[in-house]
Design a protein around this ligand. Structure first.
Ligand SMILES: Nc1ncnc2c1ncn2[C@@H]1O[C@H](COP(=O)(O)OP(=O)(O)OP(=O)(O)O)[C@@H](O)[C@H]1O
Length: 967
């Protein structure tokens, strides 16, 4: 199962973590928020400026403190390559998964160390380190410090611990002027050299981290009166020794084996009976090379720590012996009374193993295949089954490795630990495994998660203290109710008289083959009262589920008791005590003499041992000032600068940051400076509904502001208390808000209430504005309408006037022209008359020759106005040749002109109009034959220009040609 799947289980577990009390303060029931999405967005924008999220050095500054805002803030910072962020009393360290230049240099260390106020610098692991260091210098109780580094595998705990150690090795030594430089360097060097050895023996390449620590450690850096590093000691917890004999697919054994196999010289190979090309069953994926496969570095560190060449030889021979053991296979014998068989190869491997472990080969084979049963004072030998033989082989390898690791830690301690008289204070660095939840969880996960519960409890109590201190510094009158922490879960695991551990230990101590089902029944019977344990009734596998603070974990019961017993067959330990390898001999003899009551190394169970060591660790932690660093792995693939939200939120949950946020949410998660508060909610005070009188929020001075805020809050709360529509569920609204010295501390409920009031007032204002606006719009519309009408009337009048004026002018022109024209025609007609000869040539109007040529006249030349009748004029126009007279009409115009001049009724078919065949000029108009009268114009019709046709007589009655042009 992938780690992603595992984490998914954690998340599911957390979601379903029903029954678990999360609130540590007075429990507050949040009603469904009445605020809609857009308003929430607005509030969010008011409380926090998203564009500035990356500038928030402390997660508690994000407003409101919710998992999503915290996540956004971390993501924003990660995207601008800022990897450290404070979260109250905790430092969150995001793993960049790539070396960041200039982040951990000597200069940076000196900068933080020399700064008068390092807290004002950008968040960094060196701030935590420096803070702890200054606490020691300040000698404020508790003087001793603990730096707790936690996080999931690959999150960067080991890296961070190394950084801390390097920091102290630098700053604590750099201030050394009195002591011999040599001594200090040697101590620093030794302390730092303990890392490569411990990592070679205790780290391995896993699916989640190429350099995964398979043990927990607490390193105490010992400081003298001058705060100089004079020594260190290491305490380790729960080495994953099962890895020696069993590795998951795609994982590797401990680094040291690969270092030996890859880097050994020919001589060493010969000595370790490790010919080139030999494969080892217990060294899978040896083709995979990791940075940590550096044998020389390990050997060099051993030399620095004082492990001499002979000791090194002994160590490597033991390790080589373990590898040879892994290649030994057993085959069932046909005869059950006979021990299992070994094939030739296995015999060879067991022979080599025996030689390397310096034990008799025969005896080794015997111990692996035959069990000694004690019946009273008598001992009976019983051959083991094939599976039992393999188990004994694995057990031998595991116990040797675990004891060798312990010996190494002791040796390191002896090498770097200063005499008690030389140091007075310490700074402890705790690098523990994070919360674990796999598909199959067994005793190891139970212990790891138990340790995390313990640390969480410590963290919560410390965090609460820190938070309360902040409230005190703000002068809050707070009253926390007694909070419930994860004590009930711890009671379930380690409590007395009955707990999971006690039942497990009881079962382990019974001299019988353990039965998972029986244990399950016992657990259910004895612990059913605890809400933190449950059972899946449909699961076939015996199991139990624990609701941890970070989520629910299902533990498999099968094999748990055996693991807890961690039995080492006495034959094997006595064999190892007989070893000629001085180191092996010493390890197992010392162990025996250390605790003679537990002969056979099997009486103290794993759980008891772990619980005891954890308890002593907790005692130390309780007497120190803790500093928490939560390492976060931003993506499961260890890709540089890749931030996966789901991964991060799960880790924040699992490492307790979200839990802390929940705690904070149960207190006063929203903190708003007075000024901003009045800017947003000041309008409530001004509203008549609240009758609070005038609250001058703008008036300067924090006292004035504070009073204004208090007044506003009191009226809001008073209003709420008197409002029967508000169901307070028996809660006192006064506890929803506190005024600090510079800020208002609000619960989510109070914020909702304020927002509610603000919304109401705003909607009332909006309604008033709408009404005014509508009224104003109606008035404006009316005024505009009237104006438009007026403008239209004026324009129309103007247009009419203009038209009339134009027409008048035109009429005047026409009249004028007409008069002139008539005068001209008259004169022309007169000239045409028979008696025209009488007229003297000089009496004729003088015509412009051009006009004359064109057949037109210059009207102005006419001296005397002549009366000209209209109708002959029409006839004249009609009969005028269009070639010569430009003013004459043509076609239809002619006809109309004639008809108009003759005042002919315009009935269709009453006349026949004939044009000239050639010139298309009007030739005749004939009335439909009705009579016999024919009217001939012998002369120009213009002769009759001064006559008016008799309008009363019906012209058609003449049945005659009304007009005929004589050609
Ligand atoms: N601050 C950092 N800068 C650069 N790389 C880092 C940093 N922290 C961690 N890493 C990288 O992440 C890898 C995993 O970190 P580390 O081994 O410290 O994880 P861990 O939490 O100790 O894991 P485990 O619990 O498995 O031991 C390191 O090998 C290193 O490459």
């Amino acid at each position: 199962m992938s780690s992603a799947d595992n984490r998914r289980i954690v998340r599911e577990g957390r979601r379903n973590g029903g029954g678990k009390e999360k609130g540590f303060f007075q429990k507050v029931h949040s009603p469904p928020s009445p605020l809609n999405d857009s308003l929430e967005g607005e509030i969010q924008a008011f409380l926090i400026d998203e564009d500035q999220l990356h500038t928030y050095d402390d997660l508690t500054k994000v407003n409101p403190v919710t998992p999503s805002t915290v996540l956004k803030c971390l993501q924003a910072r990660y995207s601008v390559k800022v990897f450290y962020t404070h979260a109250g009393c905790t430092l969150v360290a995001l793993n960049p998964f790539q070396p960041i230049p200039d982040l951990y240099t000597l200069d940076v260390m000196k900068e933080y160390h020399g700064a008068p106020q390092p807290q004002e610098f950008k968040p960094h692991i060196f701030i935590v380190a420096e803070e702890a260091y200054r606490n020691v210098q300040g000698q404020l109780e508790p003087v001793n410090q603990s730096l707790v580094v936690s996080g999931e595998s690959g999150a960067g705990k080991t890296w961070t611990s190394r950084c801390l150690m390097k920091y102290y090795a630098t700053v604590a030594a750099s201030s050394s002027v009195v002591k011999s430089q040599d001594t200090v360097e040697r101590i620093e060097r030794r302390v730092l050299d303990s890392n490569p050895i411990m990592e070679a023996f205790g780290n391995a390449c896993t699916l989640r981290n190429n350099n995964s620590s398979r043990f927990g450690k607490y390193i105490q850096l010992q400081l003298d009166r001058c705060q100089l590093l004079v020594g260190a000691s290491v305490q380790t917890y729960l080495l994953e020794k099962s890895r020696v004999a069993c590795q998951l697919a795609n994982e590797r054994n401990f680094h040291i084996f690969y270092q030996m196999m890859k880097m050994a010289t020919d001589e060493q190979r010969k000595e370790w009976k490790m010919p080139p090309g030999q494969c080892f069953v217990w060294l899978p994926n040896s083709e995979k090379t990791v940075e940590e496969d550096c044998f020389h570095e390990t050997v060099e560190a051993m030399v620095h720590l004082g492990i001499n060449t002979e000791r090194q030889r002994q160590i490597f021979r033991i390790l080589a012996g373990i590898l040879q053991l892994g290649n030994v296979n057993f085959y069932s014998s046909t005869d059950e009374s006979q021990p299992c068989n070994l094939d030739e190869q296995s015999k060879d491997f067991s022979q080599r193993a025996a030689e390397l472990l310096c034990v008799p080969a025969e005896e080794l084979q015997m111990c692996l295949r035959v069990r000694m049963l004690k019946a009273g004072k008598q001992s009976v030998l019983k051959p083991c089954s094939q599976a039992e033989c393999s188990m004994r082989r694995d057990c031998l390898a595991k116990v040797i490795y675990a004891q060798l690791f312990d010996w190494l830690v002791t040796f390191i301690n002896n090498s770097i630990c200063a005499d008690k008289s030389t140091w007075c204070n310490f700074i402890g660095v705790l690098d523990v495994y994070g919360f674990e939840c796999f598909q199959i969880n067994n005793l190891e996960q139970l212990c790891i998660n138990y340790a995390n519960e313990k640390l969480q409890q410590h963290f919560v109590s410390h965090y609460l203290r820190a938070q309360q201190e902040e409230y005190v510094s703000e002068g809050l009158e707070w009253s926390f109710v007694k909070y419930q922490d994860n004590q009930s879960c711890l009671d379930l695991l380690e409590g007395s008289p009955v707990s999971v551990f006690s039942l497990l230990n009881e079962e382990s101590r019974l001299n019988r083959v353990s039965d998972a089902k029986t244990l399950r029944v016992r657990l259910e019977k004895e612990l059913c009262d605890n809400a933190n344990i449950s059972w899946d009734k449909f699961s076939k596998e015996p199991h139990f589920t624990v609701a941890h603070y970070a989520g629910k974990v299902h533990y498999q019961i099968q094999g748990m008791v055996e693991k807890n017993k961690d039995p080492v067959p006495p034959e094997l330990s006595s064999l190892l005590q007989k070893s000629d390898n001085p180191l092996l001999h010493q390890i197992f003899t010392d162990k025996e003499t250390e605790n003679p009551t537990t002969k056979g190394l099997s009486k103290v169970t794993v759980v008891s041992k772990f619980k005891n060591s954890l308890e002593s660790l907790m005692k130390i932690l309780h007497t120190t000032t803790p500093h928490y660093t939560r390492c976060i792995k931003p993506n499961p693939d260890c890709k540089p600068l890749t931030f996966k939200k789901e991964e991060v939120i799960m880790q924040l949950e699992a490492c307790g940051i979200v839990e802390t946020i929940h705690i904070s949410a149960a207190g006063f998660p929203i903190r708003i400076p007075f000024q901003s508060f009045m800017q947003r909610y000041g309008l409530i005070a001004k509203h008549p509904m609240f009758k609070s009188g005038s609250v001058d929020a703008q008036a300067g001075g924090s006292d004035v502001l504070r009073r204004a805020v208090e007044k506003l809050l009191s009226v809001v709360l008073q209003h709420k208390a008197f409002d029967p529509s508000h169901n307070l569920d028996g809660q006192k609204p006064n506890s929803w808000v506190h005024c600090g010295r510079t800020k208002v501390f609000l619960t989510q409920l109070m914020l909702d209430l304020l927002e509610d009031q603000r919304k109401k007032i705003l909607s009332q204002c909006a309604f008033t504005i709408q009404c005014c606006w509508l009224k104003h719009r109606r008035r404006r519309h009316h005024a505009r309408h009237q104006s438009a009408t007026l403008i239209q009337a004026v324009v129309r009048a103007w247009l009419v006037r203009r038209c009339v004026q134009r027409r008048n002018r035109a009429a005047a022109v026409i009249q004028n022209t007409w008069r002139k024209w008539r005068a001209l025609l008259k004169s022309l007609a007169e000239a045409e008359l028979d008696d025209a000869e009488d007229l003297a040539e000089e009496d004729l109007p003088v015509l412009n020759p051009v006009i004359r040529e064109r057949g037109s006249v210059q009207l102005s030349s006419i001296q005397k106005p002549v009366t000209v009748r209209g109708w002959p004029m029409g006839l004249a126009l009609a009969s005028a040749p269009s070639i010569t007279m430009s003013l004459t009409a043509t076609g239809f115009q002619k006809m109309v002109s004639v008809m108009a001049s003759l005042h002919l009724p315009s009935q269709r078919g009453a006349y026949t109009v004939k044009p000239n065949q050639f010139s298309q000029e009007l030739a005749s108009i004939r009335a439909q034959p009705k009579g016999s009268v024919k009217l001939h114009y012998q002369r120009s019709p213009l002769l009759y220009a001064d006559r008016q046709p008799d309008m009363k007589s019906d012209v058609t009655g003449f049945n005659a040609i009304l007009l005929e042009k004589t050609l």
